[in-house]
Design a protein around this ligand. Sequence first.
Ligand code: SF4
Length: 123
Amino acid sequence: MSNPQTTEMVCIACPIGCRLTVTETAPGEVEVTGNKCARGEQYGREEYLAPKRTVTATAPIASRTIARIPVRTDASIPAELIDELLRTVYTLSLHAPVKRGDILIENFRESGVNVVATRTVER
Ligand code: SF4
């Protein structure tokens, strides 16, 4: 590759916050520099090639007490699925009672990631 793509980012795998430079050396291959340890190398590689995020949001719920219930994914999900996941969360049709930890969306798009309630709504 004559003009390699380079991205700067901060490693968030520990509080030190090393400044990483990720350079794409070939399609699907990267070189990470600036990391003080192997976790930073892994973080930079994944963040560049396949970024993932834990998602938090609120979903509508029919209840006597609140109109929306806080939810989150139970693991990180590929970034390209987040918009679709949020659209699905925003159009859920939930009815109280819902317990904290209840799975509201199971295995979203075969990602292995569930969306769970983070609050109990009794009624
Ligand atoms: S590269 Fe290692 S030492 Fe630096 S922030 Fe990441 S985890 Fe921490």
